[in-house]
Design a protein. Structure first.
Lengths: 316, 445
């Protein structure tokens, strides 16, 4: 007994020793994470409670910046305008990017031939830099000599050749469509992974029971890949509410034309740091307040969505 | 296992809060940007190079100064200027280190707020630079030898709200109407001397398939600029500006509303789909000789000549209905000394060099911009012509010189409103109303 007891203690203490060591390894990553993500978030939280003269911090003003954001013109109007644009961004991206990605993923799934090539082909846009994509599409969408309008004129649809990025009715839609082209590959891969995780027996059984085509998709496939759908949806939501890079590349930080491409992130950047001309005034306090509001919106809705869909994942 | 992860999570949050509190307790210490680590490393290397340099400008020891700016296009020009300076002061080395135009303000502000920053700072003019002066980042230049050469209006561009001069203004930006000489010659057109003649010229160009004015309304800053260039002919130039500044009239006056209406009246002479054209498109149209006239600033000369060296172009001032001529100008940058610099004496020596005629000559010939130092003549005939205009018939770009304050700035309100007007969503009267509302929030005559 004594001998076994000793080796038992040695084993457990050796385990405890390894256990301790294991927890040391992620520390460098956690340190970087804390410094570059946690600290700025908490700093922004702190900054939003102060008054700011340019880049110099002034006195504590409590919730004044938040009140300003929601009551003072034009910030109040701009905030709701930006929020509306973000919602539109999300809805359109869900329909176009994810809808298309799902359809294409299903087609690839059912016709395995050339799947590897197709997956790569659809994913390649995602590998480009967003700024490069924005710049290229700005050239393509140029109203007078861009590729799109030249093509439309050549096929006789000259009346459709509009100034896409200059018209407030079409500017945001154009940007969202470019974003959908860009991001579709990623959603497609996630959907494809979800589809391929459905066991073949279930599909066969459903087929035998007479479920084909749309019925099969609706009743069997979608519920079985719900996890992928949820992940893609949450990711799209977060991305739509943080939409910045493509808009900045194609329209600049003013949310032109006439605030139609103004999203919360662009509005934040302009308010906190001044516009792209650099000469506009900065309001770090207001910007921080806006950033905190954005954080809460995104975090709350994402958490709520994940909570509500927690039981919808059908276990295999 | 669960307890460990909980402890770790608490530790992270705890350290995050401690960092935030510590970073915030110094006066403005800590970066204000969320997670832009690159600017943090940028400020680190800048301050170490300036603090690593030798003594405070004693005659024999070598001093290294850094000069920050947004003019990445002028690196070669400044090398020549620094070389000329070194003829007089061989022991002071100056390193010109510009940052990308759109990021300059953010980078500079972050560096200054952490106690670093370049020794010599390229200051944005008027209100934008005033913010830095008021925050105490700059050395007052009241006793700088040579500062008395500049007129008070010119010095306004580098004066803090305490009335003290903090910068040496170096260049004017001057705006006028560039035109394609070849097209004008082909169509037998003369340089218009009155506003009506200008419209007639535009009409002739249009009838002959040439775009009269190369213009686009996609980018807001070009709208206030174009209004600033053509507006004085309608609202009455410097007299009107004086009246507004002293409170005798405001932006809802007939004269100003008419100046906005006149922009709308020019629409038939703009390119197709001008609402979707930005700066690059406007420049392209003029440089590829599809447009006859380009209402633009002198800073574009070098760019345009670079794109099409054979472009035969010249410029004429904006003609008023009664035949008066003006060009709209403003000081476009001054140089200041960082209050935290360990080499203030050496930096001030460089600033003194910037008040000399020698420097002014280098400005007009290398930077190809009108110099703020009176009496300097350029080699390039076009630049010389523009400098002469700037010295004799200038009127201020009032939305940069006087009305670039407020949050959002009255200038950006004007830009947004003009954009809405060109899209048919606002009338000129409404534009004037918006501008007045914005100005009322901060302006005291």
């Amino acid at each position: 007994m004594g001998k076994d007891g000793e080796s038992m203690n040695k084993q457990t203490s050796a385990k405890k020793w390894r256990f301790g060591w294991i927890h040391l390894f992620p520390l460098p990553a956690f340190a970087i994470y804390t410094l570059f993500i946690v600290y700025p978030i908490l700093a922004a939280f702190t900054y939003s409670f102060y008054d700011w003269q340019g880049f110099k911090r002034g006195s504590w003003v409590g919730l004044d910046n938040f009140v300003d954001l929601f009551t003072r013109e034009p910030f109040n109007r701009l905030f709701w305008n930006a929020l509306g644009n973000n919602v539109y961004y999300f809805v359109l991206e869900m329909i176009v990017q994810n809808g298309l990605a799902f359809i294409l993923a299903y087609i690839i799934y059912t016709n395995i031939k050339g799947a590897g090539f197709l997956k790569a082909a659809y994913f390649i846009p995602r590998l480009l830099s967003v700024i490069v994509v924005g710049f290229l599409f700005k050239l393509i969408l140029n109203p007078n000599n861009g590729a799109l309008n030249t093509l439309l004129k050549k096929v006789g649809l000259a009346s459709w050749a509009k100034p896409w990025l200059g018209d407030p009715d079409t500017a945001l839609t154009a940007i969202i469509l470019v974003n959908s082209w860009f991001g579709m590959g990623f959603a497609l891969l996630l959907f494809l992974a979800g589809l391929q995780s459905i066991s073949r027996e279930v599909i066969e059984a459903a087929r035998i029971d007479g479920a084909v085509g749309f019925r099969l998709i609706r009743t069997v496939i979608v519920p079985m890949m719900m996890q992928s759908i949820i992940i893609v949806s949450v990711y799209t939501f977060i991305h739509a509410f943080e939409a910045f890079e493509l808009i900045y590349a194609m329209e600049g930080s003013q949310g032109e034309p006439v605030n139609s491409t103004d999203t919360l992130a662009i509005f934040f950047y302009r308010t906190a740091f001044g516009g792209s001309s650099g000469a506009d005034s900065t309001a770090v306090g207001l910007g921080s307040a806006l950033a905190i509001v954005m954080f809460f919106i995104i975090a709350t809705v994402s958490a709520l969505f994940l909570y509500l869909t927690r039981n919808r994942e059908v276990q295999q | 296992m669960k307890r460990w992860s909980l402890v770790l999570a608490v530790a992270i949050v705890f350290f995050g809060v401690v960092l935030a509190a510590c970073g915030g307790s110094n006066n403005g210490g800590g970066t204000a940007s969320s997670g832009s680590g690159s600017s943090a490393t940028g400020s680190g290397s800048q301050s170490s190079s300036s603090s690593g340099s030798a003594s405070n400008g004693s005659a024999e020891e070598k001093v290294v100064l850094t000069m920050g700016s947004w003019r990445t296009e002028d690196v070669e020009a400044y090398e020549k200027i620094i070389a000329a300076f070194n003829q007089h002061h061989p022991n002071i080395e100056v390193q010109f280190k510009p940052t990308k135009n759109t990021e300059y303000n953010t980078v500079l502000n972050t560096e200054l707020s952490t106690g670093g920053g370049p020794d010599i700072i390229h200051l944005r003019p008027y209100a934008a630079g005033q913010v830095l002066a008021d925050a105490g980042y700059l050395v007052p230049l009241t006793d700088l030898p040579g500062i008395e050469k500049f007129s008070e209006t010119t010095l306004r561009a580098a004066t803090g709200s305490d009335g003290v001069v903090y910068g040496v203004p170096t260049v004017f930006s001057s705006t006028q109407i560039f035109y394609n000489k070849k097209i004008f010659a082909d169509l037998n057109l003369q340089v218009p001397a009155t506003w009506d003649e200008l419209i007639a010229t535009a009409e002739t160009l249009k009838q002959n398939g040439i775009i009269p004015f190369s213009f686009g309304s996609k980018e807001g800053w070009l709208l206030s600029l174009t209004h600033g260039m053509l507006g004085p002919a309608v609202y009455g130039g410097s007299d009107f500006v004086q009246n507004v500044v002293t409170g005798q009239t405001n932006f809802q006056s007939e004269a100003f509303v008419a100046s906005i209406q006149s922009q709308l009246d020019l629409v038939p002479y703009f390119p197709d789909n001008y609402v979707g054209l930005g700066m690059d498109d406007m420049r392209n149209l003029f440089v590829t000789e599809q447009a006859g006239m380009f209402v633009m600033g002198d800073w574009e000369i070098a760019v345009m000549k670079g794109m099409n060296p054979d472009l035969d172009m010249d410029a004429f001032p904006v003609p008023w209905p009664d035949g008066t001529q003006t060009v709209t100008t403003w000081v476009d940058g001054s140089f200041a000394v960082n209050a935290n610099s360990p080499n203030k004496e050496a930096a001030l020596t460089f600033l003194e060099f910037m008040t000399t005629e020698e420097f002014g000559t280098l400005v007009v010939n290398e930077l190809k911009k009108p110099s703020t130092i009176p009496g300097v003549v350029a080699d390039d005939p076009l630049v010389a012509k523009l400098s002469q205009f700037a010295d004799t018939i200038s009127t201020p770009y009032m939305f940069v010189v006087y009305f670039n304050s407020g949050n959002p700035t009255s200038k950006s309100v004007l830009e947004n409103s003009l954009q809405a007007m060109f899209l048919g969503e606002m009338t000129p009267a409404q534009v004037a109303e918006e501008v007045q509302k914005s100005v009322d929030t901060w302006f005291k005559p």
